[in-house]
Design a protein around this ligand. Structure first.
Ligand code: ASP
Length: 340
């Protein structure tokens, strides 16, 4: 069994020769790791990464906090509030697609560098689900509140009820009802007009100037899901995990597949074993494919991770998963490598 810590160390040593921001293919310096994953070998802080193209705008808000010497947990909350407020983003917050009963129910969680975490699931009428999750973390002895209890807690803490269902999402839901006979599907084949998926979450990970890591994850979940369905996104360990000694990971895609392998925690554990974040994500994706080879070909799951050195990477089941990176000299959206 090779000593993976040595691999990582040698990768870091060789990183000095690499231009900041470059992504390198696994080669001599990453011997023993999968050959078809691109590795960044930065040792950067601060850094913020998030899922999908819309992560770029969210990263800018998080970066602003980090530039003011803010804490990573503040940065990720501020960052993911951007897509939560955006009615054009139909998979997060305000404007999110509803469940099959026409109700917009939000899932979100947050975790800081001290293993503190908070989460809400099935939250209605409050667009900034992430801020409610943060309050669960900061002001209660609990980790997770769901449904009416989460709403009650939010209202008690000054949040105001809003209508989250926008005319566009309502129209898509009515079309879906007509064509799909009230029967939810997780499958990526279940595309909406314009070739879009019926899901996509923002998961964001940041490391601040102190070198502390935090993460946030927020979504309206699988569009047209059964009322009461909870995905991976608000589940600590599944949709998000942060271990400040090692790294942090988050996911997007079909939450049921991620929950089955407790995906983000698994990615962090692979990083603990010495895998680069990209390789750790790949190992988790392979775990899904191994457990469920048939359905894995039909669904999308992507993981995104960052380690204590500010290195990041992603890996997905299918083509199409993207992630946004902001750090000194880089402000880009990358396409993730994929298994199929
Ligand atoms: N993971 C989310 C869920 O299953 C959806 C997504 O990220 O695409 O609810």
């Amino acid at each position: 069994m090779p000593d993976r810590r040595k691999f990582v160390k040698s990768a870091f040593l060789s990183a000095g020769a690499i231009v900041a921001g470059a992504s390198v293919r696994a080669g001599a310096s990453t011997a023993g790791l999968p050959q078809d994953v691109s590795y960044n070998t930065l040792r950067n802080k601060p850094v913020v990464v998030s899922t999908w193209d819309f992560g770029k705008e969210a990263n800018a808000a998080a970066w602003h906090v980090l530039q003011q010497d803010g804490h990573a947990v503040e940065a990720v909350e501020a960052g993911v509030k951007v897509p939560e407020s955006d009615p054009q983003n139909q998979s997060v917050g305000y404007g999110g697609r509803p469940d099959r009963d026409g109700r917009v129910t939000l899932d979100a969680c947050i975790m800081d560098h001290m293993y503190r975490c908070g989460s809400v699931a099935g939250l209605e009428h409050i667009k900034h689900a992430i801020s409610v999750a943060r309050l669960v973390m900061d002001r209660t002895p609990h980790v997770m509140l769901v449904g009416d209890g989460a709403l009650q807690f939010a209202l008690e803490n000054g949040f105001r009820k809003e209508k989250l269902l926008t005319p566009t999402s309502e129209r898509e839901w009515r079309e879906w009802l007509r064509d799909n006979k009230y029967s939810p599907v997780n499958n990526i084949e279940n595309r909406l007009p314009g070739g879009r998926h019926n899901h996509d979450t923002i998961g964001m990970l940041a490391m601040d100037n102190r070198g502390n890591l935090s993460g946030a994850c927020t979504t309206s979940g699988m569009a047209f899901k059964l009322h009461g369905r909870v995905g991976d996104s608000p589940i600590i360990g599944a949709g998000l995990y942060v271990d400040n000694e090692i790294g942090a990971a988050t996911s997007s895609g079909v939450g049921e597949e991620v929950i089955r392998i407790v995906g983000s925690h698994l990615v962090v554990e692979y990083m603990r074993m010495g895998f680069h974040p990209g390789a750790a994500c790949r190992k988790a994706v392979e775990r899904i494919a191994r457990h469920n080879p048939i359905s894995a070909k039909e669904v999308q799951v992507g993981f995104l991770a960052v380690n204590k050195h500010g290195e990041y990477g992603a890996y997905a089941l299918q083509e199409g998963f993207t992630y946004a990176v902001k750090t000194d000299g880089i402000n880009e959206v990358f396409s993730s490598e994929h298994l199929f």
